[in-house]
Design a protein around this ligand. Structure first.
Ligand SMILES: [Zn+2]
Length: 114
């Protein structure tokens, strides 16, 4: 499995660099020192999903990118009664996610070449 921009968990990890709970100071445990790249964001997203974190894509007219992510750790998702929400996949990844995704990909390619 590799990075999937339609998976809100992967997309949110990419967008936020890593996952910060919006309900408490919890930050999803990431692996410092690991090279940043799409695989890294994918792993963060999928590990968070496996541990019960909730990530939901939301349209955000206030945000100039037009998208934001609601991120909650497993405890907060339970606290807000949202632990049963199933975010699923989006049909079309938000434009901004595609753009970041492409930027990271080309950065990775340059690093491989250099
Ligand atoms: Zn939390």
């Amino acid at each position: 499995m590799s990075f999937d921009p339609r998976d809100p968990y992967d997309a949110a990890a990419l967008y936020d660099i890593w996952l910060n709970c919006h309900g408490c100071p919890e930050t999803f445990d990431f692996e410092p020192g690991r090279p940043i790249g799409l695989d890294y964001y994918h792993d963060i997203g999928q590990k968070a999903k496996a541990e019960g974190w909730l990530v939901v894509e939301q349209e955000d007219p206030e945000d100039e990118e037009g998208v934001s992510y609601l991120v909650l750790c497993a405890n907060c998702a339970r606290r807000y009664g949202l632990s049963d929400v199933s975010p699923g996949h989006t049909e079309q990844p938000p434009q901004v996610i595609n753009e970041i995704c492409q930027a990271v990909r080309s950065a990775e390619r340059e690093r491989t070449v250099a």
